[in-house]
Ligand binder design. Structure first.
Ligand code: NAD
Length: 307
């Protein structure tokens, strides 16, 4: 098959692109390199630097494409609290630009990588796709708006759409910015240096941490699965892990003696998150296979930054 991946040079995009070319597919990648790194991509990926709002570029890249994976986005919850306009322009505007270009060229299917963040705080766990969304940050609002646009326009224009609500993905190559880094690579780096691990909040907040290879297997299944048009589907590990337990696991796999300190909570956070995977199992045959401790060890082995 022929694929276009937006956000291809990012953490999830590059893992997906490299797996698809290993399986013999033609893969084009688009990324503006605002955070992505083209070195992460196999030389077999046809990479173009560009903005997801650049429609002439999209028209060219979409020729003969069977399925688009849309991952290009700004991805930090705390950053989105500071710059909501930018999150709206890229995450919502970029999605609409892509859909228009897909309509113009006549592409059949798009898989949108959405986020478990759209659930916000709910009365019950695990989180099911039928629960009313409760976004608590501009990032979550932008991902929910992207879902609505993709599903609504897709229905009107006969484009098949699948939205995968990915929970907290981690693994080698995850972007590690100086401000607001994702928690797992930040903890791993600090632990390996025996530096302090700073937890925002009391550490009882929970997340569903899913290893990148499991996410990639779900994404690949979504490109050809029958009967998924218009669906939103959770992708996680199905396990609820507190930040305190994550700290324990990180200290164990690294053998670190790091000190842990607890700071006040930052805005836009959610108390508990755990994905219900019933729909993913039924529609995509999805079964997460990599438990947290194993995934942390794989991350240490496979990411040269942790050598
Ligand atoms: P990432 O930052 O590594 O990847 C995003 C990529 O998009 C980057 O390479 C960046 O350069 C690119 N990009 C940003 N703005 C762009 C623009 N205007 N035009 C073209 N490219 C642009 O983050 P990631 O974790 O790989 O996330 C990929 C997707 O998965 C995002 O849509 C994100 O919302 C979603 N997601 C990620 C997670 C996770 O835990 N990593 C969870 C849920 C959803």
């Amino acid at each position: 098959m022929n694929f276009l991946i937006t956000g291809a040079a990012g953490f999830l995009g590059s893992a997906l692109a490299n797996q698809l070319v290993r399986e013999g597919h033609l893969v084009r990648g688009l990324d503006d390199l605002s955070t992505g790194d083209p070195q992460a991509l196999s030389p077999d990926v046809h990479f173009t630097r560009g903005d997801v709002n650049d429609r002439p570029k999209l028209w060219t890249l979409l020729q003969d494409i069977d399925c688009v994976y849309h991952l290009a986005a700004r991805v930090s919850v705390p950053e989105s609290v500071l710059y909501p306009r930018e999150y709206n322009a890229v995450n919502v505007g970029g999605t609409v630009s892509l859909m228009e270009a897909m309509r113009d060229v006549g592409v059949r299917r798009v898989v949108l990588v959405s986020s478990g963040a759209i659930y916000g705080d709910q009365a019950e766990q695990p989180l099911r796709e039928t629960m009313p969304p409760n976004p608590r940050s501009p990032y979550a609002v932008s991902k929910l708006a992207a879902e609505y646009y993709v599903n609504t326009i897709g229905d009107l224009w006969n484009i098949e759409t699948v939205c995968l609500r990915v929970f907290n993905a981690y693994g080698p190559g995850q972007h590690l910015p100086a401000s607001h880094p994702p928690v797992i690579p930040y903890f791993l780096r600090q632990a390996l240096r025996n530096g302090t691990l700073v937890v925002h909040g009391d550490g009882t907040q929970t997340r569903d941490y899913v290893y990148v290879d499991d996410v990639v297997s779900a994404l690949i299944a979504a490109s050809t699965a029958p009967g998924v048009d218009g669906l939103v589907i959770n992708i996680g590990s199905g396990k609820e892990t507190s930040v305190r337990d994550l700290v324990k696991a990180v200290l164990e796999v690294t053998g670190s003696k790091s000190e842990v300190i607890y700071n006040p909570k930052t805005g836009g956070g959610v108390s508990r998150m755990c994905a219900d995977l019933t729909l993913a199992a039924a529609r995509l045959g999805y079964r997460p296979s990599i438990p947290l401790g194993h995934g942390l060890r794989l991350t240490l082995q496979r990411d040269p930054r942790f050598k």
